[in-house]
Design a protein around this ligand. Sequence first.
Ligand code: AMP
Ligand code: MG
Length: 494
Amino acid sequence: MQIEHSYADTFAANTEAELVVPSQPAKARDPQWLAFNADLATQLGIPESLHATQAGLDLYSGAKLPDWAQPVALGYAGHQFANFVPRLGDGRALLLAELVTADQQRFDMQLKGSGTTPFSRGGDGKAPLGPVMREFLVSEAMYALGVPTTRALAAVATGDWVQRDEAQPGAIITRIAKSHLRIGTAQFVAQQIAQGADESLRQAFADYVIQRHYALSNDRNPPYRALLRQIIDQQAHTVAHWMSLGFVHGVMNTDNMTLSGETIDYGPCAFMENYDPNAVFSAIDRAGRYAYKNQPGIALWNLARLAEAWLPLLAKTGESQEQLIESVTELVHEFPIRYEAYYDQKMALKLGLRTPSKDTQAVVRDWLGILNTNQLDFTLSFRRLADVLEIQDSRFNHLNEWNDWYQSWQQLLSRQQDSATSVVTRMRQHNPAVIPRNHWVEAAIQETLRSGELKIFNELAQVLRTPYDFPSKLSRYAEPAAPEQRVTRTFCGT
Ligand code: AMP
Ligand code: MG
């Protein structure tokens, strides 16, 4: 593992721009381990001495940082629920370093919940234990499900109390990400330029994004439209994956959308149980702006904000301002086309169908209609369709719409001339048996808050590492909530 600080090296000297601001972690009173992700540590090449050891605890609690860590808070802006906030930034997070792996992949290592920074705006800079455990479980589950995401390396309790509605133990999560650059970071740059910073910062930032995330050949001159197109494509892919899994992010503000396409910020997120396009969990999302069905539209809206922030870079020689806006609008509207293509592909695969078409779209839509009308569990119903094929499971037979639908599905399956086994295998590879269900995540948190035990947390984390295998022992974690266990509201924990 090699340590670098390329983002700070590029932007820290420009102290006016405030993209990178040095800041120190708070002294945790009594750090204790909650979780350590040894697999991820090994993948990153982190030396054993910094695994679940005292030196590791010192690092991941921020108590005693090694020399190679240079803690900085990053500046960004963002539209929160459509309102532009010109200065957000890391109010409770610190970037420690970039890790470069043996195969030359670069990752940010960031502490979240490590105390106030120059961006804290009156907040305490802390994270309560519950949200840290939730992010640990859900981000790692998303990784195992195959979704581009930030990851969780370590979680430690700080021994301090954090005052929210009720006092909760404080905790810190160590987040690993391809980078922490967001649409909001590009907006922050544009905002600084509007307030007098040098115009060259816009290009310098975009160039950094290219260099860090997107292999764009130099012969595209200038490369910024190609950059925007790649970001659009990544986001389309990520959001399509969310939709295919019933994932509701919950707070798709522009500061919570990365330029790498990784899912970030597991605050009020939840997986829906019964299929419901209007599903919304976040307690603060009263208008349902970030409801399940709105996610692709919101991603498009956010990408339009990115295009605005980069507009001067996107100009072609000889283009009038009007033409520029028109052609960039057209580019941004590639999002729905790309999104639909990814979505159709993923949903077809969930029904065992290799190639998406108008027919597979119709059969997917009708199946979702059946789930919706009959209030069926999204995840398990898809999963059980494979059992229908394999063992003639009859659980859906009583549904009115079943026979007709089953016939049309069978017709499509028979057209692709595949063995039944390979269809079943394909379906099980695209329909998880286990997702981080909210009542189990909540149960894990409550157990730890009540008794300090981590039994549910560890078991849940274990089954979520192989979500496409039906858990033979811990099958209770695959089960939906009983009515009285159902979690309908989630909270950011900020
Ligand atoms: P989030 O809702 O986590 O995306 O955070 C939105 C903004 O609020 C970011 O700028 C965070 O750094 C900031 N923030 C959230 N919680 C806290 C906190 N406890 N103390 C200081 N800043 C915070
Ligand atoms: Mg955030």
